[in-house]
Design a binder for this molecule. Sequence first.
Ligand SMILES: [Zn+2]
Ligand SMILES: [Zn+2]
Length: 283
Amino acid sequence: MARYPDMTEYVHGHCFRTMTNVGWLGRGTAFDTRPTSPQFRQALLELVARIRVNVTPGFRQCDLCGAGPGIEVPFEGGTIVLGNAELHFRGWRGFSFAAPDLIYHYVAEHGYRPPKPFMEDVLEMAPRYRVPKGASNFTRNYDDLSEYVNFTIDDNRTRVNIGWLGLGSTFDTGETSPEFRRALLELIDLRGVCTMRGWRQCEFCDGYEVAVPYATARHGRLLLGNQEVHVPGANGVIYAATNLVYHYVVAHGYRPPAQFVEAVLVAAAQPGWDDEAVGPLPW
Ligand SMILES: [Zn+2]
Ligand SMILES: [Zn+2]
């Protein structure tokens, strides 16, 4: 696994913001081993379990003890597996931290004591992630394939939700093909509908503006969170997704239902776009 000294600048990944590395340990890394409190360890475990960024298809091993790949940790009556994600969060003091999820294992099993600003922010922030945020237009979350209600659209089509994720959501994770990702981004760029005045934010990234690199967009990047994309599927069903769905796929390892993936590939491959197929949508 990559190693970076604590409190250096985090530079890889999808982020456009400045983040600070913590806990990227490897064999031979010297680190502080003064004890940490049980409260800190519990708070860290909560954050690591709830915020999972840059999820990879495979699991990593612990470089220090060889445990894994994938380290199981009991959490809230179940088990979480560490070794395939990062923890990103913004603290109170201006730092945005980026740590491997294995940081919890390093602290709990190897006595690693992270830098003080990180420990303080973990204790401060963990409670904020305990309850899903309230339902406003911009933070409402829906189960995949549930009935679409975000905008009232007066026709008799069946519309179902895709990718309206948030902290309380359970969702499938796993690999998605580059063709699907490319097709999805293309539809989002060309076929955005239901524009909102505000921006839906990614709850996993805690309120940052979400932008993705996109060559043909202005300034070379596409801002996500204020539009939807409606994709006609088989049997007359229309899949209605927030355009943040692309970010959830790329940054958080979300794997949408297979029928949506199929519909996106088919729609993007068509030479034109049949407006009639998706109904009278507000732009
Ligand atoms: Zn270990
Ligand atoms: Zn995010």
